[in-house]
Design a protein around this ligand. Structure first.
Ligand code: HEC
Ligand code: HEC
Ligand code: HEC
Ligand code: HEC
Length: 162
C-alpha cells in the first residue's frame, strides 16, 4: 500500500509540473510575417529579412553551419532546446523569436493586442543584456557594441504604435 501511495504522489507531482511548465515553442518568422509585414505598420518582416540577423547563416561555410560553436550565435533554431523548435528553421539565422521570445502562445491576435497578457505567454521586451549574449568578445569578429547605435541599425518600428 505504501508503495502505491508513493507512486501516486509522484504521478501527482509530475502532472502538476507539466501543467505549469512554460513550454513556449519557436514558430519561425513566416508566422510573424502574416501580421507584421504591412508597409503602414513598418513591414518588420521585410526589414529583418534584408538585415544581417536574417542572413547570419550565410556568413558561415557549410562546415561552420553545422558547428554548435557558431550556431550558438548565428542561428536561433541552431542553439535553442530542440524540443522547443516547432516550425523555425536553422537557415532563418537570428530570428524574431531570439529577441521577442518563442511565439507559439502569444501569436494570436487577441493576445498580441494586450502587451501585459502577451508577456505572460512568452513575449520578451528585448534589452541591451539580451543583445550582449551574442555581441561580445567570444565572437572572433567582434567589433565592439554600442547599444544605441546598434538599435538604429536594426530598427523596425511600427509608425502606428502609440
Ligand atoms: C495574428 C496576427 C499576429 C501574429 C501572427 C503576430 N503578431 Fe505580433 N502583434 C500583432 C498585433 C495586432 C500587435 C499590436 C500592435 C499592432 O497593432 O501592430 C502585435 C505586437 C507585437 C509586438 C509589440 C509588442 C509590444 O507590446 O511592445 C511585437 C514585438 C510582436 N508583435 C512580435 C511578434 C512576433 C515575433 C511574432 C511571431 C512569432 C508575432 N508578433 C506574430 C499581431 C500579430
Ligand atoms: C543570437 C545572437 C544575437 C543576438 C541576441 C543579437 N544579435 Fe545582432 N548579430 C548577431 C550576429 C551573428 C550578427 C552577424 C550576422 C552576420 O553578418 O553574419 C549580428 C549583427 C548585428 C548587427 C550588424 C553588424 C554591425 O555590428 O553593424 C547589428 C547592428 C546588430 N546585430 C544589432 C543587435 C541588437 C541591437 C541586438 C539586441 C536587440 C542584437 N543584435 C542581438 C547575433 C545576435
Ligand atoms: C558569441 C557569439 C558568436 C559566436 C560564438 C560566433 N559568432 Fe560570428 N558573429 C557574431 C556577431 C555578433 C557578428 C557581427 C559582428 C559584430 O558586430 O561584432 C558576427 C560576425 C561573423 C562574420 C561576419 C564577419 C564580419 O566582419 O561581418 C562571420 C564570417 C562569422 N561571424 C563567422 C563565425 C564563425 C565561423 C563562428 C564559429 C567558429 C562564429 N562566427 C561564432 C557572433 C558570434
Ligand atoms: C536582434 C533582435 C531583434 C530581432 C531579430 C527582431 N526584433 Fe523586433 N524589435 C527589436 C527591438 C530592440 C525592438 C524595439 C523595442 C522597443 O522599442 O523597446 C523591436 C520592436 C518590434 C516591434 C514593435 C514595433 C513598435 O514600434 O511598436 C515589432 C512588432 C517587432 N519588433 C516585430 C519583429 C518581427 C516580426 C521580427 C522578425 C521578422 C523581429 N521583430 C525581429 C529587436 C528585434
Amino acid at each position: 500500500m505504501k508503495k502505491m501511495k508513493v507512486i501516486f504522489l509522484f504521478i501527482t507531482i509530475f502532472a502538476c509540473t507539466s501543467l505549469t511548465a512554460q513550454n513556449f515553442k519557436y514558430i519561425g518568422a513566416a508566422k510573424c510575417k502574416m501580421c507584421h509585414n504591412k508597409p503602414e505598420k513598418g513591414e518588420q518582416f521585410n526589414k529583418w529579412s534584408a538585415a544581417p540577423h536574417a542572413n547570419a547563416m550565410k556568413s558561415l561555410s557549410a562546415e561552420e553551419a553545422k558547428d554548435p560553436k557558431c550556431l550558438k550565435c548565428h542561428s536561433t533554431a541552431g542553439h535553442v532546446d530542440a524540443g522547443l523548435v516547432a516550425t523555425l528553421t536553422v537557415e532563418e539565422g537570428v530570428s524574431c523569436e531570439t529577441c521577442h521570445g518563442p511565439g507559439s502562445a502569444y501569436k494570436g491576435m487577441s493576445v498580441m493586442k494586450k502587451q501585459e497578457l502577451a508577456l505572460t505567454k512568452g513575449l520578451i521586451i528585448p534589452d541591451e543584456a539580451l543583445c550582449k549574449t551574442c555581441h561580445n568578445e567570444e565572437s572572433a569578429h567582434f567589433k565592439g557594441f554600442n547599444y544605441a547605435e546598434a538599435l538604429t541599425k536594426i530598427a523596425h518600428p511600427n509608425p502606428l504604435a502609440k
